[in-house]
Write a protein that binds this ligand. Structure first.
Ligand SMILES: Nc1ncnc2c1ncn2[C@@H]1O[C@H](COP(=O)(O)OP(=O)(O)OP(=O)(O)O)[C@@H](O)[C@H]1O
Length: 950
């Protein structure tokens, strides 16, 4: 084993205190950057080697060995045996072209998804050169001092050197779901497994509670995880329901093609009395024409491209299947802080029982002042005020980053709720860093959403209420007030009266109604004489410390809504997507913000608190969810129940979350959405989508893309399927007329359409931008099949028949040009190579290609006029059109190709006829769309009001 990648951690677990650092040749101040780099140069990066992927050769070959491909190989052989080698070659060529095309599509799709993986890098917090910094997890080296916080994914094996209630979820390693408690003490027991050793943590596990400091002992493949893991990357390769549906559909259509082939074969034998071999070849052409090759990979590519587009709009989707679920999302359950609001907090009021202060200034810059009763105040003017700002600042893990240049922006590391308390403290004239030095922190009971509060314990130089140790507790006001027995009034601690309790809650409600976020601060002197205080600091726990509190005051902060959110919420309303706020914050604050951004519109929306929800049974919850409702003071775990109920009610639910406890709801949701900036690694891992900007509006953009991709796949299918009709109808006319109408389109010509003219423009449909109307419709029913009756009818009976009519018209037009008149025998009966007949079949083929130009324009929009998106705005489609026209001209003028495909050059008049087809087909469809739009507009009113009433 390479020494620089791992040390014998059995030894490290037995060491005490500083010996750990020396054994790993590091120090509490971490490695120097220089040393870290040199260790990386010898020990390599902290990477788990990816499981071997399927070899590209095998991946390529698999495109030629599936059911449809085998059918085509067999068909080619039969054509050879029947003495038609050029047909055999053509069929095989179709197969080869389709195989290569599929491989190319798959490669592009996987490249797109690979690129996304790189957009989700893992980070680790370390101490190097004595300062905290965030580095890429792959840059960790042995000896790095790593900081762990709740929700962090641990990226290397390490020895714990400091732990504050540190608990680690080791289920990825041990399968054990309950978290393992970790501590910094030396372990001398010999019979523990490595996972059981309490002072070791392992790569691939995550922090479920508390925080700590560890020293890296091994990285990369030398970690426990590396030894057992075949990388479980964030991108999963499961087939989405849509892909499954298409797989099934492709098989069904293949069977249908075989059945059609059989029918055509029988008709040819029985009606037209052709020989068995001729009939067989004829039927073969039909089968090949109908098999939808290339459908599945194109769909996969469409999904991958949508994923790429979403990433440009700040939504990273981890699985292709999520794109689909996004398209049918009917409810978004969103939290508030940071998602709907800016999470750039500023304390703008301070409140004690004797005075209310206004705090000026914006952002985190400590420029501003405290005013009350017409004058400016500082901490030295009022002891209670001093306690409030100092306690708030000490009970904080955030750091203010002072700008290097004058006039630069103050930034924060950590929770904005805590960072703004540091700013408020500075505005009151006290430097929080100096305070921290003077009264060092000896213990932290970390913040938990469930408890809604946090506590830090400090050693004091000046006693408070006679004690030299104090616990500062800050959290949700009703929680803190519930735990308080005393209150600070005029500089001393006195028993709290009921009136004072009421006054606090009244003040809280008043602020909350304005949408402000309110935190309360209390303290508890921890005297060694107090029997209710545990004697050992390590025994300090929420239930022993957060009681008998003395209330100090309220810290009121502003967190304005994000400016783009109101429009996004309005967009949801238009798209019949319901937005439900589920927040940990106070009900009145929640409703005020919800109203400002349009989530609630009614005069008196129902607010359900976490406590109430606990008492509600499922029927009551279902009833409540029928109306406008805001969930406030919710513990993250309770989200799961709301999500499950909405799903039971038939909704497709997207849920946002950022904490460890949000993971179950994120997993349960149809679309779990984690916050990229504030979210923990655990939440990101549980989610299907990550918002790189934490912004609600990005979810709505992703839904729009999800809807668009589904619509595009449908457009693409409609286009691919419709060309089957003009390929089949001329043959049917030939069969049903018992040969009186000579075959208007030969088998080879049918193959031409499949060989290349059709696929290029179809591809362009996969990357159409969302239609303007895409968010004006209700969400798609997830059970609805991609090919519903309406789509099939439109593809076959409308577009298809238009194409078939064009093809037959062109055929007869050429017959007329050749001199045929009604009543006469058509050219071609009995004599296959009659020039007038060959020209007529060439025209039939060219007419299909030209009508497909009209059809591809038609398929670009569902109900909007194609002119509204610009007839030539899709470059890929334009290229496809040029390509197919070029191919037709080539086939009809190059002599060897004319031989093979039975074609002949066309006259200018023929081209004039062909050029008329696209505009005629386009205008007929525009007429249909105009009628549909008119009907939609008439129906929309009742549909929208129903969605709003939900
Ligand atoms: N760092 C903190 N220290 C102490 N109390 C906090 C802290 N952060 C939040 N709180 C309190 O706990 C409550 C719940 O917090 P939580 O993080 O669950 O939700 P939130 O931030 O209010 O909102 P949302 O759930 O909408 O993101 C908050 O409303 C606040 O009263």
């Amino acid at each position: 084993m390479d020494e620089s990648r791992a040390v014998a951690s059995e030894d490290v677990s037995e060491l005490i205190g500083d010996r750990v650092f020396s054994a790993l040749e590091t120090s509490p101040a971490g490695l120097t950057q220089h040393e870290a780099e040199s260790r990386q140069a010898t020990g390599g990066k902290n990477l788990i080697e990816a499981a071997k992927r399927r070899s590209p050769v095998l991946a390529f070959l698999s495109n030629f060995t599936h059911l449809m491909a085998i059918l085509l190989w067999a068909a080619g052989i039969i054509a050879f045996l029947a003495g038609m080698p050029e047909l055999g070659v053509a069929v095989w060529l179709v197969n080869v072209i389709n195989g290569c095309f599929s491989f190319w599509q798959e490669a592009r799709a996987s490249k797109a998804t690979e690129a996304l993986k790189k957009m989700l890098p893992a980070y680790a917090s370390v101490v190097r050169d004595g300062t905290e910094q965030k580095i890429l997890a792959e840059d960790l080296v042995v000896g790095d001092v790593m900081l762990l916080a709740e929700g962090d994914k641990i990226s290397a094996d390490a020895r714990v050197v400091r732990a504050s209630d540190l608990q680690v979820d080791q289920s990825t390693l041990t399968g054990e779901s309950s978290p393992a408690r970790k501590s910094a003490d030396a372990v001398l027991e010999k019979d523990l497994t490595r996972a059981e050793t309490p002072n070791l943590v392992f790569a691939g596990t995550s922090v479920s509670e508390g925080n700590g400091r560890v020293v890296v002992t091994s990285i990369g493949m030398d970690t426990e995880f590396g030894k057992i893991a075949h990388l479980t990357q964030s991108m999963e390769d499961v087939q989405s329901p849509l892909q499954k549906q298409l797989d099934r559909l492709t098989k069904q259509v293949t069977l249908f093609a075989l059945a059609m082939g059989a029918v055509f074969f029988l008709l040819d034998v029985l009606f037209v009395h052709n020989g068995l071999a001729t009939s067989f070849i004829f039927a073969l052409g039909m089968i090949v024409a109908f098999i939808p090759e290339g459908l599945l990979p194109t769909v996969t590519l469409s999904l991958a491209m949508a994923v790429q587009r979403m990433s440009r709009r700040n939504a990273l989707v981890k699985k292709l299947s999520s794109v689909e679920a996004l398209g049918s999302t009917s409810v978004i359950c969103t939290d508030k802080t940071g998602t709907l609001t800016q999470n750039e907090m500023t304390v703008n009021h301070l409140w004690t029982v004797s005075r209310e202060y206004e705090v000026t200034g914006v952002g985190y810059a400590p420029t501003g002042e405290l005013t009350s009763e017409g004058r400016t105040w500082s901490a030295s003017d009022d002891e209670d005020l001093r306690l409030l700002v100092v306690g708030g600042a000490l009970c904080s893990n955030a750091r203010l980053l002072v700008p290097e240049k004058e006039g630069g922006r103050y930034a924060v590391l950590g929770d904005p709720t805590e960072a703004c308390l540091l700013t408020a403290c500075r505005k009151a004239g006290i430097d929080p860093a100096a305070q921290e030095k003077e009264t060092p922190r000896v213990r932290e009971l970390p913040f938990e959403s469930r408890r809604k509060r946090m506590t830090t314990v400090h050693q004091l130089s000046e006693p408070i209420d006679g004690a030299r140790r104090v616990a500062y507790v800050k959290g949700a006001p009703n929680e803190v007030v519930r735990l308080s027995e005393r209150i600070r009034r005029n500089g001393s601690s006195v028993e709290m009266s009921d009136e004072e309790r009421q006054a606090i809650m009244d003040a809280n409600d008043r602020y909350a109604r304005e949408g402000l976020r309110v935190l309360a601060l209390a303290y508890r002197p921890l005297s060694p004489d107090d029997p209710s205080v545990p004697s050992a600091i390590s025994d300090y726990a929420p239930d022993t410390i957060e009681r008998h509190l003395t209330f100090v005051g309220l810290l009121i902060m502003q967190d304005p809504p994000r400016p783009e959110v109101a429009a996004a919420v309005a967009e949801c309303r238009r798209a019949s997507i319901r937005v439900v706020m589920i927040t940990g914050d106070y009900g009145l604050t929640a409703v005020s913000i919800a109203r400002k951004i349009g989530i609630v519109q009614g005069a008196d929306p129902r607010v359900i608190s976490g406590l109430e929800l606990e008492k509600m049974d499922d029927a009551e919850l279902r009833e409540a969810l029928m109306d406008e409702v805001v969930f406030a003071r919710m513990a993250p775990e309770q989200k799961l129940r709301v999500v499950s109920m909405l799903q039971a009610m038939g909704d497709i639910v997207a849920v946002t979350g950022d904490g460890v406890n949000d993971a179950p709801a994120l997993k349960k949701a149809d679309i779990g959405v984690a916050m990229g900036i504030t979210g923990t690694d655990v939440a990101k891992e549980a989610a299907d989508m990550i918002l790189t900007d934490d912004n609600f509006a990005s979810i709505v953009h992703a839904i729009e893309e999800g809807r668009a991709v589904y619509a595009n796949i449908r457009k693409f299918m409609m286009y691919i399927l419709n060309s089957n009709v003009p390929e089949a109808v001329p043959s049917a006319v030939y069969l049903l007329s018992a040969g009186v109408v000579p075959l208007p389109l030969t088998t080879m010509q049918i193959l031409t359409i499949d060989l290349g003219t059709d696929m290029m423009p179809a591809l362009g449909l996969g990357c159409e931008p969302p239609e303007a109307d895409v968010m004006g419709r209700p969400p798609r029913d997830p059970h609805e099949s991609l090919l519903n009756r309406r789509v099939v009818a439109r593809a076959f009976l409308w577009y298809g028949l238009l194409g078939a009519a064009a093809s037959l018209a062109a055929y007869f037009f050429a017959q007329l040009q050749g001199g045929w008149r009604p009543g006469m025998t058509l050219f071609g009966v009995g004599a296959d190579l009659d020039p007038a007949y060959v020209r007529a079949t060439t025209m039939a083929l060219a007419a299909i290609v030209f009508s497909q130009i009209g059809e591809v324009w038609n398929c670009r929009t569902e109900t909007d006029s194609v002119f509204s998106v610009g007839l030539f705005s899709n470059r890929q489609i334009n290229l496809g059109i040029v390509f197919e026209v070029f191919l037709v001209v080539l086939l009809s003028v190059v002599p060897p190709l004319r031989e093979i495909f039975h074609t002949s050059p066309l006259a200018p008049l023929d081209y004039a006829f062909l050029c008329l087809l696209p505009p005629v087909i386009l205008l007929m469809e525009e007429l249909r769309k105009a009628i549909v739009r008119k009907r939609h507009n008439q129906m929309r009113r009742p549909a929208t009001s129903r969605a709003e009433g939900r």
